[in-house]
Design a protein around this ligand. Structure first.
Ligand code: AMP
Length: 400
């Protein structure tokens, strides 16, 4: 069975075609700079094709058409007919209060995705465009929306409500939703399979640390709290996002900048985080390089990130009444052994110990990095959001 996964952004469209039984990727590609001059097409597949060339993509329709033509090229023999695709799974960032699980896209579910536009103005419209273009160009193939927020819908009200007048929740659905749910769900599922202490009582903290970073507290596979909020700005400081700050700072900066609408939003999303503090980069590799050459602000940014990580993990240990397992995933979580060591060493008081050799030599594989006598199991589990979307698509359609 072949499942196509699509991640449609405002000016890009990424896709992966899975052979579902083997969980292997048989083709993948990226249409970049849609609607912008110098658009580009990348594609690789099991036939050995490796395309990277300029193509004109005036719209998402052009991008999907190119993807389809490339997949159907008889010489590559990847797909004989579009009917060979059992379903298409689409990443959709914000499902608001409307989606707690993957959902087949119908008129009413698309209307609900549209209602979430205000909370994700950059992503949701682009995600929905991807769905609509595929509906048109691949008629008859089920289109499924898989939501970044859905996994967190099991949070209790005490975790998702803000201390604001209740009417904002009642009338405008202002509450914590959380993000990276597809990733948290995927690594939580893998951790439950890898741990010796699984089951309904399993207390797990997943740390998705990438350019955007979030944490989830998970009990028996269900999310009970997460660090991102109504938008992906809340929680730990990130590559360029400030994370949780005193809300009064927002109006203070707006006044400083002299214009209530001076893009405080932009400053908090794009000029803050480790980049804003260090003045060096949003990339942790650059921060380590600068810190090792004595750059104090790069060192401060790294210290702040690790401290905030420990603080959030600590609060989740309290929320869960203890912890059995911790997972690190995403670009930083999977690759930054030094950062993992600092965070784990600060949790030594729990009896948590890592095997330093295993931690230092882990690359791209699922590995337990805690020592045999550690009180908490610590795993590095590479995330695979596309495979997670494929699995959830198949499950919701009952195709497995
Ligand atoms: P993601 O958003 O999950 O793709 O993560 C991207 C981020 O991972 C980059 O911006 C880097 O900060 C970080 N990253 C990737 N590789 C490494 C590495 N080898 N060491 C430290 N950080 C890394």
């Amino acid at each position: 069975m072949k499942i196509l996964v699509i991640n449609s952004g405002s000016s890009s469209l990424k896709y992966q075609l899975f052979n579902y039984e083997e969980k292997t990727v048989i083709a993948k590609g990226l249409c970049e700079r849609i609607g912008i001059p110098n658009s580009n097409f990348k594609h690789e597949d099991a036939s050995g094709r490796d395309i990277n060339e300029g193509r004109s993509f005036e719209s998402h329709s052009d991008a999907v058409r190119t993807m389809i033509d490339t997949l159907l090229d008889p010489e590559a023999a990847i797909l004989e007919s579009l009917e060979d695709i059992a379903a298409v799974g689409h990443r959709i960032v914000h499902g608001g209060p409307y989606f707690s699980k993957p959902t087949v896209m119908t008129q009413s579910s698309k209307d609900a995705v549209r209602k979430c536009f205000p909370w994700s103005p950059l992503h949701n419209p682009a995600n929905l465009t991807g769905v609509e273009v595929c509906e048109k160009l691949m008629p008859g193939i089920p289109q499924v929306g898989v939501f970044d927020t859905a996994f967190h819908q099991t949070m209790p009200p005490k975790a998702y409500m803000y201390g604001l007048p209740y009417r904002y929740y009642e009338e405008h659905n202002v509450r914590r939703y959380g993000f990276h749910g597809t990733s948290h769900a995927y690594v939580a599922r893998r951790a439950a399979e890898m741990t010796k202490c699984g089951g309904d009582e399993h207390r797990l903290i997943t740390c998705h640390l990438g350019n955007g970073s979030s944490f989830a507290a998970i009990k028996g596979g269900k999310c009970v709290d997460t660090s991102m909020g109504l938008t992906p700005l809340e929680g730990i400081m990130m590559g360029t996002r400030c994370g949780s700050i005193d809300p009064a700072i927002v109006t203070f900066i707006a006044k400083l900048e002299g214009d209530e609408n001076k893009d405080v939003d932009y400053i908090m999303n794009n000029e803050s985080g480790v980049r804003g503090v260090s003045g060096v980069s949003s990339d942790f590799r650059d921060l380590h390089a600068a810190a090792s050459k004595g750059n104090e602000r790069a060192k401060l940014a790294l210290d702040m990130f690790c401290y905030q990580a420990v603080r959030i993990i600590g609060s989740y240990i309290a929320a869960l009444g203890g912890v059995d397992s911790i997972v690190f995933t995403a670009g930083i979580g999977e690759n930054d052994a030094a950062l993992r060591k600092v965070v784990c060493d600060d949790l030594n008081f729990l009896g948590l110990k890592i095997d330093e050799e295993i931690n230092a030599s882990t690359h791209g594989k699922e590995v337990k990095i805690s020592a045999d006598d550690s009180s908490v199991e610590v795993f590095v589990i590479p995330t695979n959001e596309e495979l997670s979307i494929a699995i959830q698509t198949v499950e919701v359609l009952g195709l497995a």
